[in-house]
Every structure is written in C-alpha cells, then in structure tokens.
Design a protein around this ligand. Structure first.
Ligand code: SIN
Length: 283
C-alpha cells in the first residue's frame, strides 16, 4: 500500500496512512515522512502496535533519543528512553506520570538550554471521553501578529521557568517563585528560527512565571497576556481525539500542546519518547 499524507482541515497536523511502523521502511520513505512532518508540524499514524523498543526505533528516524534521568521510575523494563504517561496505579503506586488532570498549554522542556526538538506518544489505553491533546501552530500565530505586537516581540528574550510542571505542580526540590525575574530556568528568543524549515515561530514555552527579560514586570505581563490571547485563538489549533494504536509526533520548535483532563476512574496509558534538540536561535 502506498504511503499517503492527509492533512487535517485545521492549521496543523496530518495523518499518514499506508504504513506499518513496526516494519522497516526505505530511506526515501523516511525522508518523505520527515518532509511531511516539517510541512504539517504534527503527524498521526493510526492502528500501530509498537513494543517500547520499536517505538524508540521509530523515534530515532527524527534524531537522537533523549534519555531523561527524571523518567527513571516510569519506563518499561529495558527501555530507559521510553516514558509511561498514565493515571493508572498498580498496588497503590503510579505506573506513569502526569495523572488525569489538565496539562496546560506548553512546549516540552523549554526551561532547558537545549529543549527537545520533538516528542512522540503512542496510545495503549484511552478513556472513552476526555484526555484529548490539542496542538497550536506557532508559525502561523507569529505570521499573523498585529503590527504592534510584531514590533514588541522583536529581539526579545523570555525566561522559561523550570519550577512548575505542565499540570501546575511544583517540581520536587524547586523553589516557589515569588518574583518572575528570579525564576530559575532557561532564556530563549521570543521568536525563534526553525533550523530545518528556516521559518520564524513564536516560542512561548508556558505562561506560568514567564518573564520578558529587561522589561518592568507589569509590561512583561501585559505583553505575554496579549501574546497568549492571540495564539490561543481556535484558528491556530488542532485537537486530536485518541484511539488505541495512535502514534503522534510533534515538533516542539513550532508548536505548543495541551491535554484536557479526563475521568480519574478511567485508564489512559501512553508510551512517550523525545528527541534531543538544539539551542533555539533568534529569528
Ligand atoms: C504532554 O504534555 O507531553 C502529554 C500529552 C498527553 O498526555 O496527551
């Protein structure tokens, strides 16, 4: 069966059909898939059945796998590069991370100096309702900025706070942030150039404790609030409703994502990998 790329009718995302990711593919097919990924920012492969080792092998076609030490307790046996995302508890202990609550809009690990370029999720168990993951096209959001905001973001850098995770929980050992100017984390250009596509995208990370360097806090808050109100318009969003067997890869350099909450009494189990990234460069 021939591989086909079917774009969603939203601002980003495409489904790739005619492919079994557990089998070998030739180099030109992978090049085509990577090209589609650069054009559509998020790719969906339905009906896949990948053991953790195969998920890692798939992910490696997009770069070098990132093995995150904090994942130590939540990876399937023998595959430290795969993280379990789940609300399920076995013998009273969580089998994975992120629970059942909302994961607010964010870009993965933007509080690192070299944030991951991509993340991959494979759905093993999904609830009947809730737990959808939505994505935002940050190229388009940048290109559509009104002229005054275009000027306001030019040359700016933002501190991406590392103390809270995307569920709003303080990370173990992290300080409570009382002044955004003192928040720990990494500083990145507010507009970054994608190293492969050459396009400029807004790079916001997450809203909590973000700070535009050098501005009075009030001005930084106003600018960030205006930018977030702009990017969260439905016209930049694609919402994905999960089915068992879905594999999704997204590009953290030009998208943000959010997971909606779901019923704690239901089960959601995903396997996740991420690909090492590069230091963001200013556009
Ligand atoms: C994430 O924010 O990386 C997890 C998304 C999800 O669980 O759908």
């Amino acid at each position: 069966m021939a591989i086909e790329i079917k774009p969603t009718d939203a601002a980003l995302g495409a489904e790739v059909t005619g492919i079994d990711l557990s089998r070998e593919l030739d180099a030109s097919s992978w090049a085509g898939i990577r090209d589609a990924w650069h054009r559509h920012l998020v790719l969906l492969f339905r009906g896949q059945s990948l053991v953790p080792r195969k998920l890692a092998a798939f992910s490696q076609h997009f770069g070098v796998l990132d093995v995150v030490p904090a994942w130590r307790d939540f990876h399937p046996d023998g595959t430290p590069e795969v993280l379990v995302i789940s609300n399920v508890k076995e013998s009273g202990k969580p089998i994975g991370v992120l629970g059942y609550g909302e994961a607010e809009w964010h870009t993965d690990m933007s509080y690192m100096a070299e944030p991951p370029r991509a993340s991959v999720l494979h759905a093993l168990e999904v609830p009947l309702a809730g737990g959808n993951t939505s994505f935002l096209n940050m190229y388009q959001a940048y290109e559509d900025l009104p002229a005054d905001l275009q000027r306001a973001v030019e040359g700016q850098e933002v501190n991406h706070d590392s103390s809270y995770d995307s569920t709003g929980s303080l990370r173990p050992g992290a300080p409570q942030v009382t002044d955004v100017r003192q928040a720990p984390g990494a500083r990145h250009p507010l507009v970054r150039r994608h190293p492969d596509s050459g396009r400029a995208a807004l790079y916001l990370g997450r809203r909590l404790n973000a700070y535009v360097l050098g501005l009075p806090v009030e001005q930084s808050e106003t600018l960030l609030d205006r930018l977030w109100a702009h990017v969260l318009q439905p016209k930049y969003v694609w919402e994905h409703r999960w089915r068992v067997g879905d594999v999704l890869i997204w590009d953290n350099r030009c998208t943000m994502h959010r997971r909606e909450p779901f019923d704690a009494a239901t089960r959601r189990v995903m396997h996740r990998t991420q690909i090492k990234g590069e230091r963001p460069i200013a556009a």
